[in-house]
Design a protein around this ligand. Structure first.
Ligand code: ADP
Ligand code: MG
Length: 150
């Protein structure tokens, strides 16, 4: 689907947030500047988190407890290949919150069994536009995608 601008991406994030359940895992795939953190801000807003969402590039994981569900926001870009395996990410993925992972290609062995992958791609001609596509792995993610109705 085509996303016209950043506000529209965040609006989509809010809509997605309304459908989320404990244990949902969202993997955000896309180049630097594609809008992964921006989308996470929309999701956080939709969950009712009013704290500022900062990119967890240096902290790797940021946890927000003040919304409808806990949000575990991860950016694993800085980890060496396979470095994610020592973080115990399964505990987050199987926890009571929602996990949002930037740079999921570096998950390696830690890739969860079920997830909704969101691919963000910049439009070639319009700096403000993005293209969003999905891979739903597992029954829950498929149900989520169906509910999104896109
Ligand atoms: P990432 O986390 O993927 O590296 P960010 O969300 O940090 O990307 O940054 C995206 C940048 O692109 C921001 O500066 C934002 O203002 C800009 N931008 C322009 N159009 C969009 C859009 N449609 N969706 C998301 N970000 C956009
Ligand atoms: Mg980011």
């Amino acid at each position: 689907m085509r996303i016209q601008n950043e506000a529209a991406l965040q609006q989509f994030g809010k809509r997605l947030a309304d459908l989320l359940q404990p244990g949902d895992v969202l993997l955000l795939d896309g180049d630097l500047g594609a809008g992964k953190t921006s989308l996470t801000k929309g999701i956080a807003e939709g969950l009712g988190i009013d704290a500022p969402i900062k990119s967890p590039t240096f902290t790797i994981i940021r946890e927000y407890q003040q919304g409808r569900l806990p949000l575990y926001h991860m950016d694993i870009y800085r980890l060496e290949n396979g470095g994610a395996d020592d973080l115990g990410l399964e505990e987050y993925f199987e926890g009571d919150g929602v996990s949002v992972v930037e740079w999921p290609e570096f998950l390696g062995q830690s890739l969860p069994e079920a997830y909704l992958m969101l691919h963000l791609v910049k439009d070639e001609n319009d700096d403000d536009a993005r293209h969003l596509s999905f891979d739903a792995v597992g029954e829950r993610a498929q149900a989520l995608l169906k509910q999104l109705d896109i």
